[in-house]
Design a protein around this ligand. Sequence first.
Ligand code: DAH
Length: 351
Amino acid sequence: MADALHDIDQGLDGIRTTYRQQLEAASTEQQLRDANAKILGKKGELTAVLKQMGSLAPEMRKQVGARVNALKTEVEQAFEQRLAALARAQREAELHARPFDLSLPGRVPVHHGHVHPIIQTRDELLSIFKDLGFVIAQGPEVELEENNFSKLAFPPDHPATDMQDSFWVSDGVLLRTHTSNMQIREMSTHKPPMAIVSAGVVYRRDDDVTHSPMFHQIEGFLVDENVTFAHLKGVLTAFAQRLYGADLKVRFRPSYFPFVEPGAEMDVACVFCRRPDGTHAGCRTCKGTGWMEVLGCGMIHPAVFENCGIDPERYTGFAFGLGIERVSMLRYGIPDIRLLFENDPRFLAQF
Ligand code: DAH
């Protein structure tokens, strides 16, 4: 029996050796599979050994069975390993043979997203104020009536507080009509000195070529001891000149806003019909005046300081607010504000 077992072992060793050689030699998946079939297939060598098992004595059958199964497992594992190695080698060869050209255009046209012109303008305006030392703050669009109106010293019967002008959410709560609410929020929670800008969305019942019920503003304010109107003029002139050019002329006209005293509006020389010598031809955009209104501003009203718990005897400050759409429309020559909100990709792709 020992002899017979020895013969079978030798037979199995032979199968193993041939199989190993075939696996080594195989360079395609098909050759691998062929080598496998020669052993494990219906007419395979190992299958043949298994078929003979029936004629073996029972006590030998057990031992031979164990050896055959061990070889079978070995073959299967070797096969999987070689297959994986072959796939790896193939991939490696592909990668080295012809490098991918990642710059080739894809088959499907790719549509690029664009930063919206309003956001581009907003970021540019904010970055100018950041350079001037202002800190950026953010606040909510749904606001308490007192932060939007009463603490900003709007009298209770002011037309802006009217049902016609504001979107009311509930009693005492509305969609903010301007970013000036940020003055109240920041001055109530921080102590001077402070220089803050805040950009955001505001809402008003307004809808025509130059007005949208939803639009964007930037609010800024600076509070410290001994702040004067000269500081206001200096900062806002520097801002306008960064935006439109160092030789830009600006002017301040008296105006009224409940939360500032004195209040003013800043005009800049019309950037469309400005001549090199600083005079103006007069055009449609500036309605022939040579000036364009860009922002409202003024010295913060003592009542507003008091409403925020800041001592108006000790501190003074200036504030300003401007519409982002207007700057964007002037900059890109956009004639109708509604174009900015239709989100037509053909329009947006131009910026
Ligand atoms: N809140 C004003 C508006 O929406 C703009 C404004 C004017 C803001 C004067 C200010 C300011 O801070 O001082 O029309």
